[in-house]
Design a protein around this ligand. Structure first.
Ligand code: MG
Length: 254
């Protein structure tokens, strides 16, 4: 069942989302060659706590860290550790927090240093734009799969592929609520979208084929062909007028 949220509830979700977006913006300033993913996790933990929220990921089904740090061929759920970032890497950071019983969730992929390959740059841009295309479809009377289809079409027309194994989701008083939101599919199917829905839309886009596999730690999802992957996610609210991004960045467009 998809929960419709009151204005008061959306405000509470938005407060959690504000912290999520600010955490990502803060971490972006720390992403430089030489820093470890564990240092990023520690910085995130401190920042989130300083804002009076708690990480929604730490302890979630046993996840051991506060954020996910997914480098290069890692699609999602990379565990922070000793890995040192180097120039030319790309890193996806996923942040989720809980504040006063409500959740926010967002992710973005960043270049490390000034020089990444042209393909890596294109992958990041296409993934970010695909999310925007999906969000545009999140309006009353559209169907859920209109979001999925818009993302898939944009990604594939740019020569990349969308991951099948992981999907977006409803969010509110739990991090993962109905509905599941695939990033692929035919348009015009699934539940009809309504004002009051709050969704986390999150395309994961691979440079090569869409297959993924999970490493022995039980979390880290990597591309089967070990080519690059990018991930952007925003929590949005469907108002009667259309989509409103709740994890809005202050500096960037999305
Ligand atoms: Mg999510």
């Amino acid at each position: 069942m998809i929960t419709l949220r009151s204005k008061a509830e959306v405000e509470k979700i938005e407060a959690a989302c504000r912290i999520v977006a600010d955490t990502l913006e803060f971490l972006e300033t720390k992403i430089n060659p030489g820093i470890t993913t564990l240092e990023l996790d520690n910085l995130a933990a401190e920042y989130i706590e300083g804002r009076g929220a708690v990480s929604a990921f730490k302890g979630y089904k046993g996840f051991p860290a506060h954020i996910c740090t997914s480098l290069n061929e890692t699609v999602v759920h990379g565990i922070p550790g000793k890995r040192i970032l180097k120039g030319g890497d790309i890193i996806s950071i996923d942040v989720g927090v809980k504040l006063n019983g409500y959740f926010g969730d967002a992710a973005a992929t960043f270049p490390v240093g000034q020089q990444i390959t042209e393909e890596a740059y294109a992958l990041i841009k296409v993934t970010e734009k695909a999310l925007e295309k999906g969000i545009e479809q999140a309006k009353p009377d559209n169907r859920l799969s209109d979001i999925s289809n818009a993302i898939q079409r944009y990604v594939e027309s740019n020569g990349f592929s969308v991951v099948r194994e992981f999907v977006g989701h409803g969010i509110g008083t739990r991090m993962h609520e109905d509905p599941q939101i695939p990033n692929f599919g035919v348009p015009g199917t699934g539940p009809r979208l309504k004002g009051g829905m709050v969704l986390a839309i999150e395309p994961m886009v691979n440079a090569g084929t869409y297959g993924v596999e999970i490493l022995e730690d039980g979390w880290t999802a990597v591309t089967k062909d070990r080519k690059l992957s990018a991930h952007f996610e925003r929590t949005i609210y469907i108002s009667e007028r259309g989509p409103e991004i709740l994890t809005k960045w202050r500096k960037k467009k999305l």
